[in-house]
Design a protein around this ligand. Structure first.
Ligand SMILES: NC(=O)c1ccc[n+]([C@@H]2O[C@H](COP(=O)([O-])OP(=O)(O)OC[C@H]3O[C@@H](n4cnc5c(N)ncnc54)[C@H](O)[C@@H]3O)[C@@H](O)[C@H]2O)c1
Length: 425
């Protein structure tokens, strides 16, 4: 297998296979009218993907892919038990899946540093994408994904499954109703530290793992298990620790309810871990938007309803406040503490389920609820906060031009260069 596989080669091969960018999805041609899905990345979250989509009546799982043969074999075994009637193929290289003209959509649950290239190549190959959070490794990648998705008329759903729950829908209704007035301050938090992971010694990668491909666009590094499955999230080459892991889940309700615009500046503080892991042990950040101040902390703030909650969002308006987590909410207005406003009508359409919403979008060609345009705006401040922490200075942001103001080092962090062999787009 050669690693060098450029976008041009890919398109050429796709075109030869008759799929190119004029690809007509299988679902439009009948084939029992099922959406044919392939799952890429089969660790913790990828197995959730497989289980969720296997349970949808109008989905046929056509392929599974992981560059770790053990993960691939385990998930294939589970799927065979779950859906014995299914025929599906297994792959170690996602590019073989993108070449197949009978696959309509993919899901991506690889580590963060692979999200953007896989999604972009999938768009080019005419596939829709259900991709995990965070949307991308950096800001440049988010832009690249959006451009490619629009150019190829694809749909994309970010894997923020909490978005589909009733609580976020209700919080959005309450905030948008004006019940707490105009929101001027938001506080988000997630408790818990990123671990340092000690000082592991370098090992030979297992024979069943394609380590070079796992590293992919990130710089080459020697292998030790802590750098790989699950704990990769505590290394800046691939992700951004607890902060980046949880940002999208809770920032989601804020971007939905108040749509922060006109970001002006970000300043982050934090601490390094005591081990080999270099993502922030904890990170706190202050964001200034047009008419809105937003704070992220690694401890619960001293506000009504926050005590004892490991993650949450607090909205402060000029008539009251609202605190929520994934499943609960507390409204404070007129000296009263409430969990709901019974007279407030339901105005936000409820979700059929996050994965079903994606499948419905594959059919209707309407963007799903947690679509790429939305996800990109919500994820961008997270990348800036990580860059501010890494550089230990405040970053000024020009929202109109989408550019960091006069800071070459920050600019470089927001648009990482790929390792040459794995620059596929
Ligand atoms: N939505 C959620 O609630 C939620 C929860 C957990 C994780 N996640 C996200 O899911 C993603 C995966 O997290 P995880 O905890 O499952 O990690 P993990 O390390 O357990 O699994 C990642 C899998 O991807 C495979 N992989 C890596 N590069 C690949 C490639 N190029 N092609 C095919 N397979 C590849 C790995 O071998 C591994 O099996 C992350 O982006 C994470 O943020 C989301």
């Amino acid at each position: 297998m050669t690693n060098k596989f450029s976008r041009r080669q890919f398109l050429k091969r796709s075109a030869l296979a008759g799929i190119g960018i004029t690809f007509i999805p299988n679902l439009l041609r009948g084939a029992a009218n099922q959406v044919r899905v392939a799952h890429i990345g089969l660790g913790g979250m990828g197995n959730n993907h497989m289980n969720w989509f296997a349970g949808l009546p109008d989905v046929q799982i056509a392929a599974l892919c992981d560059l770790d043969e053990d993960h691939l074999a385990t998930t294939a075994k589970t799927l065979k038990t779950l859906r014995p009637e299914l025929t599906f193929d297994t792959y170690g290289d996602f590019r073989r899946i993108l070449e197949r003209k009978d696959i309509d959509a993919i899901t991506v649950a690889t580590p963060d540093h692979w999200h953007a290239q896989i999604a972009t190549l999938a768009f080019e190959a005419g596939k829709d994408v259900y991709g995990e959070k965070p949307l991308s490794y950096d800001i440049r990648e988010g832009k690249m994904m959006l451009k490619s998705m629009n150019k190829n008329s694809r749909v994309f759903q970010l894997g923020t499954q909490i978005h589909a729950g009733d609580n976020y829908h209700r919080v959005v209704e309450i905030i948008k109703s004006g019940a707490i007035g105009k929101v001027h301050t938001v506080r988000l938090w997630k408790t818990g530290f990123s671990p340092g992971l000690g000082r592991p010694t370098v090992q030979t990668p297992p024979k069943t793992l394609n380590w070079d491909m796992w590293l992919g666009p990130a710089p080459y590094r020697d292998y030790f298990p802590e750098r790989c499955h699950f704990t990769y999230r505590y290394f800046l080459d691939y992700s951004g620790g607890v902060f980046a892991d949880f940002w999208c889940h809770i920032a989601d309700v804020v971007w939905w309810a108040v749509q922060p615009k006109g970001l002006k500046s970000v300043v982050a503080r934090g601490e390094k871990t005591d081990g080999v892991a270099d993502a922030p042990k904890w990170l706190d950040a202050d964001f200034e938007f047009d008419g809105l101040k937003l704070y992220w902390t690694s401890v619960a703030p001293d506000v009504p309803g926050a005590q004892g909650k490991g993650i949450g969002a607090y909205f402060e308006g000029d008539k009251g406040s609202l605190t929520c987590d994934y499943e609960r909410r507390q409204i404070n207005i007129n000296g009263e503490t409430l969990t709901d406003l019974p007279n407030l009508a339901q105005t936000v359409e409820r979700s059929p389920g996050h994965q079903q919403n994606f499948i419905d979008s594959v059919r209707s060609r309407k963007q799903p609820e947690s679509n790429l345009g939305y996800a990109r705006e919500m994820t961008l401040p997270m990348h800036l906060a990580l860059a501010s922490w890494r550089l230990n200075r405040k970053l000024e942001w020009n929202a109109g031009k989408e550019k960091v103001v006069k800071d070459k080092e920050a600019k470089a962090l927001l648009a990482r260069e790929y390792r040459k062999e794995w620059d596929l787009v």
